[in-house]
Each structure stands twice: as structure tokens, then as C-alpha cells.
Design a protein around this ligand. Structure first.
Ligand code: GAR
Length: 210
């Protein structure tokens, strides 16, 4: 089975969705390592409860991004990691790290990229008055929340929505979309070809594989 690392900074609800999906014997990967850049991330407790090896690599302990990423790379190498999932990992990664892991490093973001990259996404979507929202899983490039798209899920924005209600509706889809996209990646069905991800016979509709 493929060995997966999940990088987190906080709550870890997407980590939990990946742990739960990988608990199914039919899932083609094991969550072998969880790394947090914050010592008190709630997601670390989830890893511990699931009996998964976990490590804190605190960016504050390093002088620069390169040294921090060298420590990440060491941990990933020691654990013989094949694929890396960013799940609410709130550090920018350098070109060098992104290119080392090119095609094997994915991220989830709570918008229909390329719209609404960055922070405070739900608040900005409500302000903009968009009528649909959603989430995206994509290969990571060195630009924030950018890179070839593997899958997306769509939700409506409803009258009276607040940041919280919209975020909750999107998060429910994130938890379906991320495991489905990771499975496609491990199975070799979602792959990079130049700067895009060619379509395969497997299509993700609203978060789930058809
Ligand atoms: C998720 O909504 C994820 O899409 C978002 O952070 C949240 C993490 O929640 N990621 C980004 O905004 C990346 N730019 P979680 O820790 O419960 O998975």
C-alpha cells in the first residue's frame, strides 16, 4: 500500500476524513505519518487516537524556510512516504519543496479555484455575493492555492448564510472530496501531464467518485 503523510496546522477534520477512509481495507493507502507545524494542533490528538505516528516540526524552531523544509523532508524520507496531503497546513512552501514533491503533493482549499485563493475565503465569498461555492483538491505548485486541479465539489450559497453556515456546508464536501481525490492519485488515475490533470473514466461528482 502507498504510504501517505498528512501535514496539518490545526483542527484536522480533513485529516480525520482521510484516516477514516484509509481504515477501509479497500483503500489503496495507509496514513503512515502526521506532521504538524504547531505543537498544540487538535489534529495531533486525532492521529494519536488512530495510532498513527505523529511529529511536531515547529517552523519557529528554524531560522529559515529552507531549514524547516529540510526537517520536513527528513521526516518524510525516514517514514518512506510516497504521497503528501496538505490538510489545513498554513505554511507557504518553497519552489524547491514543491518541485521535489511534484506530482506527489496535494492540497485542499475551501473554494472553487482559481477563485478565492488565500485566507478568509468564506467571508469573502459572502461579501462577493457568489451563488455557488465549493472546494478543490489540487496538485501543489509553489504559488499559494494554485496548481493543476484534481477534483472539485460544488455547494449552493443560500439566503441567510453566514461564514459559519457556508463553511460547514463546504467542509462536509471537503471530507468526501479529499479521500476520493487521494484514491485517484494513488491509483495513478489523477496524474500530472505538463500543467494539467487529464480526465480519466473516474469522475468525481459532488465530492464522491461515481
Ligand atoms: C479546511 O477548510 C481547508 O480546506 C482549509 O483549512 C481548513 C482546515 O480544516 N485550507 C486552506 O484554506 C488552504 N489554503 P481542518 O484542519 O479541519 O481540515
Amino acid at each position: 500500500k502507498a504510504r501517505i503523510a498528512v501535514l496539518i496546522s490545526g483542527r484536522g477534520s480533513n485529516l480525520q476524513a482521510l484516516i477514516d477512509a484509509a481504515a477501509n481495507p479497500d483503500f489503496p493507502g495507509d496514513i503512515a505519518l502526521v506532521i504538524s507545524n504547531r505543537p498544540n494542533a487538535k489534529g495531533l490528538e486525532r492521529a494519536q487516537e488512530a495510532g498513527i505516528q505523529q511529529e511536531t516540526i515547529d517552523h519557529k524552531d528554524f531560522e529559515n524556510r529552507e531549514d524547516f523544509e529540510a526537517a520536513l523532508n527528513d521526516a518524510l524520507k525516514i517514514a518512506k512516504i510516497d504521497f503528501v496531503c496538505l490538510a489545513g497546513f498554513m505554511r507557504l512552501l518553497t519552489d524547491s519543496f514543491a518541485s521535489d514533491w511534484r506530482g506527489r503533493l496535494i492540497n485542499i482549499h475551501p473554494s472553487l479555484l482559481p477563485a478565492f485563493k488565500g485566507l478568509h475565503v468564506h467571508e469573502r465569498m459572502i461579501e462577493a455575493g457568489v451563488k455557488v461555492a465549493g472546494c478543490t483538491v489540487h496538485f501543489v505548485s509553489s504559488e499559494v492555492d494554485a496548481g493543476p486541479i484534481i477534483g472539485q465539489a460544488v455547494v449552493p450559497v443560500l439566503p441567510g448564510d453566514t461564514e459559519e453556515t457556508l463553511a460547514a456546508r463546504i467542509l462536509e464536501q471537503e471530507h468526501l472530496l479529499y479521500p476520493a481525490c487521494l484514491k485517484l492519485l494513488i491509483d495513478g488515475k489523477a496524474r500530472l501531464s505538463g500543467n494539467s490533470v487529464p480526465y480519466t473514466e473516474d469522475v468525481i461528482v459532488n465530492g464522491s467518485l461515481t
